[in-house]
Design a binder for this molecule. Structure first.
Ligand code: 4GW
Ligand code: MN
Length: 357
């Protein structure tokens, strides 16, 4: 009798344990069910993979000719300063998904083909990529057949009459889509100009919480020479005794959450200025520079990542990864804008105008 009772109790416990384990199993199955099984094997494989590379040497910095870290300890990314194999392994472990946003409004749709084709050769090769093409002319965008894990997503948006507004409204549109869509589809966003081509590798070395890029016209400039907004009435105002770098409007990014904060700040600042009938001198670029002054980027891309061949090729520049496509201004821009640009060109800064013409 006593034995019987004991056996019954054990059986009950076993049964309950069985139920519990099954429940845990079912819950975790559904939890991870959305991720492809293949990925789990990939992670195991990559974690156990041995990798051979030269040991970092405490007294042998890989580059001594350029600044490689800011005073707030954000790395500046130059050729020779990182090992892409180590970084690729890390980012593959995280199964990173990258979104790259471009705007092709009005005639700028002509740039999309070269942009995507060269990106397929050089941008985040081996990783998952969504190209988000914002356009007012979806029919003008070609159909691209891309390998698995990479796709072009066309997002139809309104166009604005003034080209300054076309450029500036990018902040608002990125912000709105970050909330609605990007946060579900990608981990990082890279936000760039479309009138560009990739000509060397741009990989996961650029990814960080929030990153900016040194403008190719101002990487060696003095504070006073930076074309920040100098009118106190503008929310983009930066005094002459402040500022770290002059960041390019055509290349920034970070996690979706950080890009949301950045674009939200810039758009709100622009709206405040609009109410006060003021528009910052270099449009979205001026507001971006203000944001980065008080919200320091966690990584900075060297001008290797944003170059214009009209500037030439200085010795420190070992790679030109992403370069401006020469524009036929007559064909691509309207006449009035062209005249304005000619005026601006006459104001000599470091290498001509702060924007790439
Ligand atoms: C003058 O007539 C224009 S049109 C100046 C910019 C225009 C424009 C810009 C446009 O008609 N359509 C358009 O999609 N954009 C987007 O804004 C496009 O993504 C472009 O790369 C970005 C910034 O303009 P941009 O490349 O001409 O600026 P910069 O000269 O600084 O590279
Ligand atoms: Mn451009």
């Amino acid at each position: 009798m006593i034995l019987d009772k004991y056996e019954k109790g054990t059986r009950k416990k076993c049964f309950l344990a069985f139920l519990f384990i099954t429940a845990v199993f079912i819950v975790s199955f559904y939890w991870y069910g959305t991720k492809p099984i293949k990925w789990h094997y990939e992670v195991l494989f990559r974690c156990s993979q041995k990798m051979l590379y030269d040991k970092p040497e405490t007294f042998k910095p890989p580059r001594v000719d350029v600044l490689m870290v800011t005073p707030w300890l954000a790395p500046i990314i130059w050729d020779g300063s990182y090992n892409i194999d180590i970084l690729n392994a890390q980012f593959h472990q995280r199964n990173v998904r990258v979104g790259i946003t471009v705007f092709a409004i009005k005639k700028y749709t002509v740039f999309v083909k070269t942009f995507v084709e060269t990106a397929e050769q050089f941008f985040m090769v081996g990783h998952k990529v969504n190209y988000y093409v914002f356009t007012d002319r979806p029919n003008y965008i070609l159909n691209f057949t891309l390998p698995e894990g990479r796709q072009v997503v066309i997002l139809e948006v309104p166009s604005y009459k003034r080209w300054q507004e076309v450029s500036m409204r990018r902040m608002e549109m990125i912000r709105d889509h970050a909330h609605q869509r990007f946060s579900k589809e990608v981990d990082f966003l890279v936000c760039v100009d479309v009138d560009m081509r990739f000509s060397d590798s741009v990989g996961v070395e650029i990814l960080s919480d929030v990153f900016g890029t040194l403008h190719p016209g101002f990487y060696n400039g003095q504070r006073t020479g930076f074309t920040y907004e100098r009118r106190k009435d503008s929310t983009a105002y930066i005094p002459t005794d402040e500022g770290d770098f002059y960041y390019a409007g055509g290349y920034f990014g970070g996690t979706v959450a950080e890009v949301y904060k950045l674009t939200n700040f810039c758009h709100n600042a622009m709206m405040t200025d609009k109410e006060n009938n003021i528009e910052a001198i270099w449009h979205d670029e001026s507001y971006l520079n203000k944001y980065f002054l008080y919200h320091k980027p966690t990584k900075i891309l060297s001008p290797e990542y944003l170059w214009d061949n009209n500037i030439g090729v200085p010795g420190f520049l070992k790679r030109r990864r992403f370069v401006a496509v020469p524009k036929n201004h007559n064909a691509i821009r309207n006449k009035r804008a062209l005249q304005e640009n000619q005026k601006v060109k006459k104001q000599k800064f470091h290498f001509g105008s702060p924007h790439i013409y």
